[in-house]
Design a protein around this ligand. Structure first.
Ligand SMILES: *[C@@H]1O[C@H](CO)[C@@H](O)[C@H](O)[C@H]1NC(C)=O
Ligand SMILES: *[C@@H]1O[C@H](CO)[C@@H](O)[C@H](O)[C@H]1NC(C)=O
Length: 311
């Protein structure tokens, strides 16, 4: 244990300066991730001593009190009037579709929408060692009585979703509320599912089918959907058990293998559209109305360069 912790620390100190100088020059470079200042926009300091390992197969970790109560309440407040029925990605086409396997409601916040969200996003980057730009915007989910998400993988099966930002490498799932009963996150294929004691009446039947994590306000779960060799990890199968008593609020950050803000696959001699809707958008004048997304700017190429006829 002591050795692992030491290893973690040496990684932190060794790699962080490298990553920060390589990434966006707009972002402030900080010498020590441990000493993220308390009380400024970064809020809660990063504290690796609160992280425990759940399993290696899949790679999963739990961080106690990753968010403060005030941060949790703030996220719920931003989301609660904007919830819509949650969708899933169709296996073949990648289009968002409604499905009985996922019955929650949810919404997406914008990246760095306010100081609190920007602070949480930096804390996630520091914890996962994965850049902020590789993350999708945070999704807030609400599960009421009986609502659930059947076991699934966070990596995609379709080509369209894999194109932008590549596969999802990791997921950070933050619990924004306590749940009286049910609503556990369950890993049905975890190597240690048999060894978790479940005699306790508190666990739902669904939770007993795998390694389960009880939602606790402020806690965050990190798990990886890809192996270190970048192949998909089938053991990362996970679900949200039905809520039996109370309600469940959570926030999800999906992190990709590449920049998700802007596709890095597009280079100046690569003339293509990154989204199948590009021709339709271009036809309605989006190249002029929304040039940064469609055509690009000094920071990088846009998504619809072919349809906008700039290449
Ligand atoms: C999608 O495809 C995967 C792999 O082929 C399969 O295991 C899974 O059940 C499918 N999901 C749905 C919702 O059809
Ligand atoms: C990648 O790693 C996984 C887990 O260690 C292993 O099962 C798989 O065979 C590896 N695949 C390749 C192509 O190296």
């Amino acid at each position: 244990m002591g050795f692992r912790l030491l290893l973690l620390f040496s990684f932190l100190f060794f790699f962080f300066p490298y990553f920060s100088t390589q990434s966006s020059t707009l972002r402030k470079i900080r010498a020590s991730v441990i000493r993220l200042p308390n009380g400024d926009s970064y809020g809660h300091p990063f504290d690796p001593t609160r992280v425990t390992q759940i399993s290696w197969h899949p790679r999963a970790f739990l961080y106690r009190n990753f968010l403060t109560d005030a941060e949790c309440d703030h996220l719920i407040q931003l989301a609660k009037d904007k919830l819509e029925k949650s969708m899933v990605a169709d296996n073949e086409s990648g289009k968002s579709i409604e499905s009985e396997v996922r019955t929650s409601s949810g919404m997406f916040l914008n990246k760095a929408q306010d100081e609190v969200i920007a602070g949480i996003e930096s804390r996630i980057a520091v914890w996962t060692f994965l850049p902020v730009e590789n993350g999708e915007s945070m999704q807030i989910l609400h599960y009421e009585h009986g609502q659930k998400y059947e076991p699934h993988w966070d990596y995609f099966h379709d080509k369209a979703n894999q194109a932008l930002g590549g596969h999802r490498i990791a997921t950070v799932l933050m619990y924004l509320s306590n749940v009286q009963k049910g609503g556990e996150t369950v890993f049905p294929e975890s190597e240690i599912k048999e060894s978790q004691p479940k005699a306790d009446e508190d666990w739902s039947e669904c939770a007993k089918k795998g390694y389960a994590v009880k939602p606790k306000k402020g806690d965050a779960l990190l798990f990886f959907s890809l192996h270190p060799n970048a192949t998909t990890d089938v053991l990362s199968l996970h679900g949200s058990c039905p809520v039996i008593e109370g309600e469940k609020w959570s926030a999800t950050k999906w992190i990709h293998v590449r920049n998700f803000d802007r596709s890095e696959t597009t280079t100046s001699d690569d003339c293509k559209d990154e989204n199948p809707n590009c021709p339709a958008w271009a036809a309605t004048g989006e190249c002029k109305k929304n040039p940064v997304y469609m055509v690009g700017s000094a920071d990088g190429a846009g998504y619809c360069r072919k349809s906008c006829k700039v290449c």
